[in-house]
Design a protein around this ligand. Structure first.
Ligand code: UDP
Ligand code: MG
Length: 315
């Protein structure tokens, strides 16, 4: 199978028939073998009924339904596990992304050798204040922190080599940073393509103001996980040791002064309280590092990045 189209959706009943029809038309015109995986992320409207009728009308269309709303990342993750196509293309359900982009996104993966191609909504039809400006800000921070040169990390329209979606786990609100996840998983060829963006035709946006804070928290944890996720001690242990050593030197100094000059009052010196706090903090950081090491040692994917290929082994 050449292409899996993945569509996460929540309450998009009006858009689905039109979207599917359009995708199917593009697939037929180009002669692609394909599947469309629609993930109903806890819709409360008739989306699932619409999906059921679409799947029974066309055997290439498949549906996954969540019991409740788990978020776009969970929806993508579930579809990534199920996808069979050599190239996986994700797309929003609200008709803001154009299926006409599919053939060129596919070609960039199979012919130009990209691992991941992100759409770039260069001309964007969303609210300037609540969407476009914050998104510019986020994109520039993410670019700087991750070193990946993309203009639009969070574009819903993206294409992936199959191996990429099988190697990453998208959870929380991580769908905004999939290129960063892919980079940490070892996929270096990440490109972008300017894509057509259209105003939302039906329904309303599903992301409110919380995405600013959540987005920032997820970015910090993703950067931390990428750098120190497999070796937390190198972060916590380093800072713990530094805090402890500095405080220890000061404590020594204070104790020696006290011995040499018994009239020297320790407890009304700021240095006394600072060194106490420093030693406690240092020990705590060290412990956090140890706990982190123990957790990562027990995690199922502790070595998942090691072997890429094997050859010549007999079973
Ligand atoms: N979506 C989802 N689960 C959620 C929120 C959104 O599957 O909890 C889907 C939504 O139906 C749409 C896509 O994610 O297909 C992008 O959402 P939306 O268009 O609301 O975001 P915007 O374009 O406004 O950033
Ligand atoms: Mg949208």
């Amino acid at each position: 199978m050449e292409i899996s189209v993945v569509i996460p959706l929540k309450n998009e009943e009006e858009s689905l028939p039109e979207l599917c029809e359009w995708i199917v038309r593009v697939m037929r015109e180009n002669g692609f073998t394909y599947e469309i995986i629609m993930v109903d992320d806890g819709s409360t409207d008739l989306s699932w009924q619409v999906i059921e009728s679409l799947t029974s009308a066309n055997e290439n269309i498949k549906g996954i339904k969540f019991q409740r709303n788990y978020g776009k990342s969970a929806a993508l993750n579930e579809a990534f596990k199920a996808a069979q196509g050599n190239v996986v293309i994700t797309m929003d359900a609200d008709l803001q992304d154009s299926p006409d982009e599919i053939p060129s996104l596919y070609k960039m993966i199979v012919e130009d050798g990209f691992d991941l191609v992100s759409g770039w909504k260069k001309k964007r039809y969303d609210n300037v204040i609540t969407k476009n400006l914050p998104s510019k800000f986020y994109n520039s921070i993410t670019r700087r922190m991750s070193g990946i040169v993309l203009h639009d990390f969070n574009c819903g329209l993206k294409s992936y080599r199959k191996k990429v979606v099988k190697s990453i786990e998208v959870y929380g609100e991580m769908h905004r940073y999939i290129p960063v996840l892919a980079k940490w998983a070892g996929f270096r060829k990440i490109g972008e393509k300017v894509v057509e963006h259209r105003p939302r035709k039906y329904g309303v946006t599903k992301f409110g103001w919380e995405r600013f804070i959540n987005g920032f928290l997820d970015l910090t944890s993703i950067m931390f996980m990428g750098r120190f996720g497999k070796r937390p001690m190198q972060f916590f242990g380093l800072w713990g040791t530094i805090a402890f050593l500095i405080s220890f030197i000061f404590i020594l100094y204070l104790v020696i002064s006290k011995i040499l000059y018994p009239q020297y009052a320790l407890t009304n010196k700021p240095a006394f309280y600072l060194t106490m706090a420093g030693m406690i903090l240092g020990t705590q950081l060290f412990l956090a590092g140890f706990l982190g090491e123990m957790i990562s040692r027990n995690s199922a994917d502790r070595n998942s990045y090691l072997v890429e290929q094997r050859r010549g082994f007999t079973k």
